[in-house]
Design a binder for this molecule. Structure first.
Ligand SMILES: O=C(CO)[C@@H](O)[C@H](O)COP(=O)(O)O
Ligand SMILES: [Fe+2]
Length: 236
C-alpha cells in the first residue's frame, strides 16, 4: 500500500513538498487543512533525534497523528542515528516514503535493502559536505536521493549551491531516480534546482512563514514552470 503512494509521488513530479517542521505544532489540524486547500500534494516530515543532529523534533506518535488527519503521502526524513531500529515503526505509523542519511549508517546498501522489505518507498539523503561517491553501491536499492542544500538539523538556513552539482550529476547518470532537494528552497533557489534535474522540492520557512499558503505555492510552482521553459533545463 505504501509503495502505491510512491507511484503517486512519481506521477506528481515536479512537486513542492511543504515541510511541517515550520508549522504551528499546537494547531496541526488547521495547518493540514490550510496546506491541503492550498494544493499541497504530499508532506515532508522531519524526524530529528538530538544525536545525529543537534535538534530534536518528534517520533512515531506525531507521524501517526498526521496520518490520521491527512491522506496526503507522508515523506519522512529521518535525521536519526539508528534508522534501521525505528524504520518498521515509522512505516506502521504511516510513512509512505522513508529516507535515511548515508552519514548515519555503516552500510547504506544493507540499510536500503532492509527498508525495501518494509514495502515503503526508500530514500537516501546526503549532507552538503558528503561526496556523492558515498552513495556508490546503494543507488540500485533506493527510489530517491535527497540532496541536502543545508546541513541537516534546522529549518531557515541559507541554500548551499554545492547541491546543484550533485543534482546535475545524479540526473545525468541515473535518469530513473527521484531527486529531492531540501534546505533553503524559495522562489529564487527552486528554479536552479529544477534546471539541475530535481523532481521534489522541500519548502519549509519560505512557505510556512507566509500568511497565504496558496499564493506562496503558486509562486514556487511558477518558478518551476519558468525553469522548465529554459533551454538548459535537464527535465522537461
Ligand atoms: O530537513 C530539514 C532541515 O534539516 C528541512 O526539511 C527543513 O525543514 C527545511 O526548511 P527550510 O530550509 O525550507 O526552512
Ligand atoms: Fe527535511
Amino acid at each position: 500500500m505504501t509503495r502505491a503512494k510512491l507511484d503517486l509521488i512519481r506521477k506528481m513530479t515536479p512537486a513542492i513538498l511543504p515541510s511541517v517542521l515550520s508549522c504551528d505544532f499546537g494547531d496541526m489540524k488547521s495547518e493540514l487543512a490550510r496546506l491541503t486547500s492550498a494544493g499541497a500534494r504530499a508532506l515532508h516530515v522531519d524526524v530529528m533525534d538530538g544525536h545525529f543532529v543537534p535538534n530534536l523534533t518528534f517520533g512515531m506518535p506525531i507521524v501517526a497523528g498526521l496520518r490520521r488527519h491527512t491522506e496526503l503521502p507522508l515523506d519522512v526524513h529521518l535525521m536519526i542515528s539508528d534508522p534501521l531500529r525505528y524504520a518498521p515503526a515509522m512505516v506502521d505509523a504511516g510513512a509512505d516514503l522513508l529516507t535515511f542519511h548515508v552519514e548515519a549508517v555503516e552500510d547504506a546498501t544493507y540499510t536500503a535493502k532492509e527498508f525495501r522489505k518494509l514495502g515503503v518507498g526508500v530514500g537516501v539523503a546526503l549532507d552538503p559536505e558528503t561526496p556523492l561517491s558515498d552513495l556508490d553501491g546503494c543507488l540500485s536499492f533506493v527510489d530517491m536521493v535527497l540532496v541536502m542544500s543545508v546541513k541537516a538539523g534546522f529549518g531557515g538556513q541559507p541554500f548551499d549551491s554545492v547541491s546543484l552539482d550533485k543534482l546535475t550529476l545524479l540526473r545525468d547518470n541515473h535518469p530513473g531516480l527521484l531527486l529531492q532537494i531540501d534546505g533553503g528552497i524559495n522562489a529564487e533557489t527552486i528554479g536552479p534546482a529544477r534546471q539541475a534535474g530535481c523532481d521534489l522540492f522541500v519548502v519549509g520557512s519560505a512557505l510556512i512563514g507566509r500568511d497565504d499558503y496558496s499564493a506562496a505555492l503558486g509562486e514556487l510552482d511558477q518558478a518551476v514552470r519558468s525553469a522548465d521553459a529554459t533551454p538548459q533545463a535537464r527535465v522537461k
